[in-house]
Design a binder for this molecule. Structure first.
Ligand code: MSP
Length: 663
């Protein structure tokens, strides 16, 4: 059994997660699941990067402590990973005690280390840079506003300043790094990135200052307690501190020291830190270095970089709530090339969903299962042989190469061939002739097994849909390593209930930049609604029929859990309240949602005085489109019970921090 260690970058907590974070994390989750299906033993790590002057400044602006800020935002990241079905094994925060212990351990070992050439790996030196005395922070030249070297925050001139810091002698490791990269001891992918790193080495590496005299929010350097470690030195170390490096824990031994692959998946912009500073520090202290660093491309929108300041953003919460987490995961891993930059469009999102998921996959599953319901009484028919070749090897090769488009493309070829096989063999015709019973059974068995194998192959990317398909096949479990074989379904076993997998949606009619998309209306696909559209005259269903996909669910117009899941209910603390002028019913509330402040208008003035609401934690529907009430914008809706029209606010039994999700 192979052992793998998979990591994402640890994300900054200066803002809530954006779609780039979700892209990288979902991709690594898919690779992890693929390797688990192959029987591999994988440890999947993600986390948050919480130190540094940026966090210090943002917390100050919000009037909260850096710890409070990082606690809140780290919780938002975890919540997003839960919603996107990211099954990580470890979540490391650089404010964790185990992380601090690990950084100090690495530091003490670096102190004792000798660099190639015989000098000490760490030394004291002068650090110079642009310093803003109001922020008490150094800025990189590219962050300053020009002309005048102005602080991006205060727009006042920064001073060219120097301070005494500790340096890591990276310059001594160039030759070793070049060889390690050329010999594939450190495999850098894709090739273009490898060449980029090699060319940086050839230009000559500079030593790196690894402590800061003026940054307070960080891990103190023992020799100079007023200094803290440089954020990148602190952050990179997460990859080993999370496994218990400080204690030389079992996880560290298994997943770092002896793993078959130590993989860092990162965005292309941080490849140099991961391929130069990080392996050199590890080499200095005699620890194994990462064996593979893969740099993925960036998402853009309208051809432009995603950036909050220009309003060019894609909200992962909104997108995944709109079509479900599986559709989100599928789209991002299928649409573009993972190694390259590519442009997101809303139109492509809906188009992929309808054509690949609702039509191709949804259709295959519903047709196959409905036919087995009709012609075999909802029981798995007698075993047949594979009639459509399904080779899982190439799919897993593509997954392992992080070529998700290639892997999914190969699966969709199979889906296409299975759909074609139905049309060509016309089971509805076979069903009319009793002499064809054995042929019909063999065909339907081959189709059921095809569906099962397809579900197994897409499980890394769409775990929820795969699980649902397994449920429809009567297998109440997730796909696992044994499912890559032919013939798992036992003849005579009952199938589960057939339900539509991906109801078709209408494309939102809007141009780029016109604000949030309309909620698409689900309607059943024509194909999904019928067993087959080919002039079929279905035989009367045998006993124990499986309901056709269009049959109403028991319970009339009840909704399912996925529909409920589209509501984003959150705890919100009221920070200000006042009457809406000219209205007897409406109050204008300012609420704290943890990671943001909102204005919400509520029709509760008849029952609540504004001042009685201050400090109360209520529940709001947070993903409601903004609306104007009496000319006042409301960005969310407060929940309340209604007793003959008198509102009684929904609150909590215990203390609940603002922003907490209500499920
Ligand atoms: N905290 C550092 C990483 C330290 S790792 C020891 C950091 N954090 S970050 O919050 O900026 O996240 C960077 C990562 O988010 C990128 O490397 C990439 O994986 C992902 N993305 C951020 N923006 C992106 C796009 N526009 N497109 C795709 N992914 C990008 O850097």
């Amino acid at each position: 059994m192979k052992t793998y260690y998979h990591t994402t970058p640890i994300y900054y907590v200066n803002d809530v997660p954006h779609v780039g974070h979700a892209y990288c994390t979902v991709a690594l989750d898919a690779l992890t699941r693929a390797r688990r299906l192959l029987g591999g033993r994988v440890y999947f790590l993600t986390g948050t990067d919480e130190h540094g002057q940026n966090i210090e400044r943002i917390a100050r602006e919000k009037g909260i402590s850096p710890q409070e800020l990082t606690d809140r935002v780290a919780a938002v990241f975890r919540d997003l990973w839960d919603r996107l079905d990211v099954a990580y094994d470890g979540f490391i925060r650089t404010t964790d005690e185990r992380h601090k212990r690990g950084v100090l351990r690495l530091w003490s070992r670096l102190h004792e280390a000798t660099a190639p050439g015989g000098q000490s790996a760490v030394y004291r030196g002068k650090y110079t840079g642009w310093y803003c005395p109001r922020c008490e922070a150094f800025y990189d030249e590219e962050d300053l506003n020009e002309p005048g070297h102005l602080c991006p925050d205060h727009l006042l001139p920064c001073e060219w300043t120097e301070e005494e810091n500790f340096f890591f002698r990276l310059s001594a490791y160039g030759e070793w790094l070049e060889k390690a990269i050329r010999d594939q001891e450190i495999r850098i992918e894709p090739e273009g990135r490898r060449n980029e790193v090699l060319s940086v080495i050839r230009q000559g590496l500079q030593d790196v200052s690894v402590s800061r005299a003026r940054v307070k929010w960080g891990i103190p350097v023992p020799e100079e307690p007023a200094h803290t470690f440089y954020v990148w030195m602190d952050a990179l170390t997460n990859y080993i501190t999370a496994l218990g490096y400080a204690e030389h824990a079992d996880d560290y031994r298994v997943f770092w020291e002896s793993a078959d692959e130590r993989l860092h998946l990162v965005g292309k912009e941080i490849i140099r830190f991961h391929c130069l500073l990080w392996p050199a520090m590890l080499k200095a202290v005699g620890e194994p270095v990462p064996s593979r660093v893969f740099a993925h491309g960036h998402l853009t929108k309208g051809g432009r970089k995603l950036s909050k300041s220009t309003g060019n953003v894609i909200d992962p919460q909104e997108l995944s709530a709109r079509l479900g987490p599986d559709a989100f995961r599928y789209f991002f891993l299928r649409e573009g090339s993972f190694a390259q930059d590519w442009d997101f469009t809303d139109e492509a999102y809906v188009k992929r969903y309808n054509s690949d998921l609702a039509n191709d996959l949804g259709n295959l599953v519903s047709r196959t299962l409905t036919m087995v319901g009709r012609y075999c009484g909802g029981l798995v028919p007698a075993r047949g042989t594979p009639e459509v070749a399904i080779a899982s090897g190439p799919v897993f090769d593509r997954y392992q190469a992080l070529d998700f488009g290639g892997a999914l493309g190969a699966v969709w070829e199979v889906v296409g061939r299975l759909n074609q096989h139905i049309v060509v063999n016309a089971p509805w015709e076979l069903a009319k002739a009793p002499a064809q019973r054995a042929r019909l059974d063999a065909l339907l068995y081959a189709l059921l097994e095809g569906v099962r194998l397809v579900a197994t192959l897409v499980w890394p990317v769409m775990p929820r849909a795969a699980r649902r398909i397994f449920g429809m096949l009567g297998l109440e479990r997730d796909p696992g390593p044994g499912d890559l074989e032919w013939g798992v379904l036992a003849p005579g076993a009952p199938l589960g209930r057939v339900e539509p997998l991906f109801p078709r949606v209408e494309a939102p009619a809007r141009g780029p930049g016109e604000g949030p998309a309309q909620e698409p209306k689900a309607k059943p696909t024509r194909k999904e609604a019928a067993v087959s559209e080919e002039k079929e005259t279905p035989a009367p269903p045998p006993a124990a029929p499986v309901p056709a996909p269009e049959a109403p669910a028991p319970g009339g117009d009840r909704i399912d859990i996925a529909e409920f899941g589209r509501l984003e209910l959150r705890a919100a603390r009221v920070t200000a309240a006042e009457a809406v002028p000219g209205s007897k019913k409406l109050l204008k509330l300012q609420v704290d949602l943890g990671s943001e402040a909102r204005q919400v208008v509520a029709g509760i003035a008849g029952a609540y005085a504004p001042e009685a609401l201050l400090g109360k934690t209520v529940i709001i529907v947070a993903n409601l489109k903004p609306a104007k009430l009496m000319g006042v914008e409301s960005n969310g809706m407060v929940l309340a019970g209604s007793i003959d029209g008198r509102p009684v606010l929904c609150t909590f039994e215990g203390d609940v921090p603002p922003g907490t999700k209500v499920k």
